[in-house]
Design a protein. Structure first.
Length: 377
């Protein structure tokens, strides 16, 4: 079952890592591996959400999502989107950006370095909003309970996450951005950082609004179909399960694609905190995206979702760390390996906390006690 579901992912991983080591050396191998792990971890909740929705679809629409959907996810978001970000920030065409990366790597590196303040501000704000909306929300399970409980209470204040993000952006513009790192030394990029940061915030709000719109449309469609099904039962008419699935499937598909795009943003933008090399980025994120799809299929086929309740927390703390690191790198250079390992450490710690919680619950049930819900650390 595992080999059948994850076979293509294993093959792509082996080929991708081997190509990175052969073409660019062991540093590229390490960066691509870290990017793959981060993409899988940051998109883990994406797979869980996808599985919960995908199981409602009929076989035809499941196949559409797992074929056309993966083309959009891998080639659209993970391969094309990083190039587009670099092209817009460096003010060159997408094809020219790729050609520069291949033929004139030093000139490409200088362009990306000069554009880094804009990329970091845009990405930092987008990732920061994801983290803040998570940490300010009341949740059943708490990993770092001493921190999450008071923040969840503060989260009852309307628009708090937006206010905090704007304050962070303003502080970044008047501190790090006044001496931003460029290829020619340091320069004042305050206006650029403010403009790009606001654009990142707007992008997050638009993507969230689209997700909410399709979610509401889906709920309305499902409610209407349920009413039609009940009416048919009362009148003694046959109910076509396939027809019912087909009516809502289009909204399900659109909703899934918007969700997948929104989840992809954090991985793509977070990758800029680790490397500016678009080919390493494409390889790492592409490998990670394959595993996210395979995990979605596995969860659907097994009929169960994951038991590691703190893993989502770890992924979001990693997002928060990447957001902070992106803003810091506007002025200071940070080694890519250190940046990547911080996220991996947070995710690994949340996984171990989840394993410990599951063991405590199992021990309590085995002893005949009424199991509680242990928090994290």
């Amino acid at each position: 079952m595992v080999l059948k579901t994850f076979g293509w992912s294993f093959a792509v991983t082996a080929l991708g890592l081997a190509f990175a080591a052969w073409q660019w050396g062991w540093e590229a191998f390490g960066i691509v591996l870290i990017l793959s792990i981060l993409e899988i971890s940051l998109s883990f909740d994406n797979a869980v959400v996808n599985a919960g929705i995908l199981k409602k679809m009929n076989a035809f629409w499941q196949k559409i999502f797992l074929t056309i959907g993966i083309l959009i996810a891998v080639f659209g978001m993970r391969l094309v989107f990083p190039v587009v970000i670099v092209a817009i920030s460096a003010k060159v065409g997408p094809i020219e950006a790729v050609q520069l990366a291949m033929d004139q790597p030093k000139q490409y590196e200088a362009l990306v370095t000069d554009a880094h303040a804009a990329i970091a501000a845009f990405g930092g704000m987008f990732l920061l909003m994801i983290f803040l909306d998570f940490i300010f929300e009341e949740r059943e399970h708490k990993w770092l309970a001493w921190l999450e409980r008071p923040l969840a209470k503060l989260g009852k204040v309307d628009m708090l996450s937006v206010c905090v993000a704007l304050i962070v952006l303003l502080l970044t513009a008047i501190t790090f951005a006044t001496q931003a790192h460029t290829s020619a030394g340091h320069a004042d990029k305050s206006a650029t950082v403010l403009l790009s940061g606001v654009a990142g915030l707007i992008t997050y709000l638009v993507v969230g609004g689209l997700s909410g719109y399709f979610e509401n449309k889906l709920e309305d469609e499902e409610e209407r179909e349920h009413e039609e099904e009940e009416q048919a039962k009362r009148e003694g008419k046959p109910v076509s399960a396939v027809g019912l699935a087909g009516k809502a499937a289009f909204f399900l598909f659109l909703y899934l694609e918007v969700l997948d795009a929104s989840f992809s943003f954090d991985g793509v933008i977070g990758a800029f905190a680790i490397t500016n090399h678009i080919f390493w980025m494409a390889l790492g994120l592409g490998i990670g995206a394959m595993y996210v799809r395979s995990l979605t299929v596995y969860l659907v086929r097994q009929g169960t979702l994951d038991d590691y309740v703190f893993l989502e927390h770890g992924a979001h703390y990693a997002i928060g760390a990447l957001a902070a690191l992106l803003l810091i790198t506007i002025r200071y250079e940070i080694n890519e390996i250190i940046t990547g390992l911080i996220g991996v450490f947070l995710i690994a710690a949340s996984f171990l906390s989840s394993v410990r919680r599951n063991k405590q619950l199992a021990a309590a049930e085995g002893a005949g006690e009424k199991p509680g819900v242990p928090s994290g650390v």
